[in-house]
Design a binder for this molecule. Sequence first.
Ligand code: BG6
Length: 481
Amino acid sequence: MAPFDLIIFGGTGDLALRKLLPALFHRYVDGQIVAGTRIFGLARDSQTDEAYRERVREALQKHLAFDMRAPSMLEPFLQLLSYRRIDLQAEDGWGELAAELADESRVRVFYLAVGPDLFGSVGAKLQAHGLTGANTRVVVEKPIGHDRASAAAINDALGQVFAESQIYRIDHYLGKETVQNLTALRFGNALFEPLWRAEHIDHVQITVAETVGLERRASYYDKSGALRDMVQNHMLQLLCLVAMEPPSSLAADAIRDEKLKVLHSLKPIADGATSHLTVRGQYRAGAVEGRPVPGYLEELGTNTSRTETFVALKAEVSNWRWAGVPFYLRTGKRLADRMSEIVLTFRKVPHSIFGDEPVAQNQLVIRLQPDEGVKLWIVNKIPGPGGLRLRRVPMDLSFAETFGGRQPEAYERLLMDVVRGNPMLFMRRDEVEAAWSWIDPILAAWQSSNESPKAYTAGSWGPSAAVALIERDGRTWHEDA
Ligand code: BG6
């Protein structure tokens, strides 16, 4: 790959130091970032290049502690970095930046690792300084708005400066290896497609469980909550990848068109239905992984917040393929385990020939993290002479055992895709807005109800109402046993 320029607004922030620069280091070690590439960290304070490199060195040593593959390459990598002081609201620093980036033939990527309220003003500055030419790409992170209208306003502001093809909206879940593998699993195996529909699938579960709490993000998180933070983006993207029709190719728009159709097919959860189709929870003090942890309100230092740290809901994709198949989604902070998975449960056998012996339903479990892999649970005879007894057992594919080596982090793939100009794993404007259109009525109904989120103990699997949500339908949340 040719040398390129990457300019990180928010170059001293948590995202840059914890995710972006470690990811770039790995790509450098693998030879994808070549000499002559320039990485600029931009922020408001004054500091020298050397001080910035020192800060990045410390961050890499901390965050790559277990994954520092090539310590001898750290110094040459740091030499690609420079620091520039910039004022996003005023003129300071812009003229110099424009002069440094004058070579229009190089790919230049502006990474806006700053709050979405600044996207518009940064875009306008880039335009005013002639930094929006054809080889320019801009990367934005969530939250893209807090509802559909605010998302549209952000998209409009970006759209005034950049063509849609220049805008890369990150959903880092799409960069995860196991999420990319969903496409390979579904469309690289003729085996699954005939079964991947309402005739054969009883229901789908998507769980993204976290053990972490607020992580010093209180001011963002308390305004957001789990529905905006996780469901509007990551979980709906996962749902789209499970439910979408086969795209005709891997072309970015072929895939994004199919995902958009799924979002448009989601049955709205109207006002009256939120109380039985959604559950929101908030954690109280408890113990996670054997360690006592405070409750959400204590962490926040207030007792008035009604922000949800857990959501479970039952969605339906109203189309020919999925009519009548529930998609149960749940996500939360301070749960018992860090675990993300997608489970497809197949229908019962139409007639059992085994008398009283129970016949378990087949399940395909796609484990996104940790212990990445795929398990297909099938029914077998328990060996032995004593009659036909059955037990479900897994056909078990572990990524670590099968492929060995390290699993690249999502940002490694995503950053390089921006440089290559491949938007396949990024969200198009209409996807983001369609997702908000489905989320907005749920938020509005919660807002107008007097109910508070249901309490759950940190270290549990969420409020009992989430269990009731699925058990009412005669089903249970999947447990890996
Ligand atoms: C982020 C959310 O988008 O995803 C966080 O803002 C969440 O609240 C994180 O913790 C989870 O990502 P991962 O990769 O750790 O599953």
